[in-house]
Design a protein around this ligand. Structure first.
Ligand SMILES: [Zn+2]
Length: 168
């Protein structure tokens, strides 16, 4: 006879299934009930399998699954990990782009200082103009507070340049 007590709704296969605590219990059930069930339903449960969602054993009339088979839940978990992995990849990539941009800004600022020192004011002016437009371009990449620091630095460099040019 089909027991009705140990029936649960299995979220993995999306229907009510019998649940056994151990494989032995599931196999014992198969041994003594398969024929009756087949007579009643036309299907004979033929094997037991562990369900990671119910954390127990079900029986099924389906053929043994092929190697490499994953349950729906396992598939969902692996999809989730893959998506999270991909998101991390994108974040890392964006971070690398951001760092590279920051590095380029710092290098340019250092160069401007060197040019001021060397009194190459025309090249200095070109670089400062570049920096101004760089700071506008990177507004989606670099935080406002960080850009503010750079803007302030550029402003003081512009002032220094004007002061130096005034001396000529
Ligand atoms: Zn289950």
């Amino acid at each position: 006879m089909k027991p009705i007590k140990n029936r649960v709704y299995c979220k993995d296969c999306g229907r009510v299934k019998m649940l056994f605590e151990t494989q032995k219990k599931a196999d014992t059930f198969l041994k003594f009930n398969s024929e009756d069930i087949e007579r009643e339903s036309g299907y004979a449960p033929q094997r037991s399998y562990f369900c990671i969602v119910c954390n127990g054993w079900h029986v099924t009339s389906q053929e043994p699954v092929q190697e490499g088979y994953v349950s729906r839940t396992e598939q969902a978990i692996s999809d989730f990990h893959r998506i999270r992995e991909k998101a991390k990849e994108i974040r890392d990539k964006n971070k690398a782009i951001k760092n590279e941009r920051l590095e380029r800004l710092r290098t340019k600022i250092t160069r401007v200082r060197e040019l001021l020192e060397a009194r190459d004011y025309s090249t200095c002016k070109i670089l400062l103009e570049e920096l101004d437009s760089d700071l506008v371009q990177i507004k989606d990449i670099i935080s406002e507070s960080k850009r503010k620091v750079f803007r302030k630095e550029c402003r003081s460099l512009w002032e220094e340049l004007e002061k130096e040019e005034g001396k000529i």
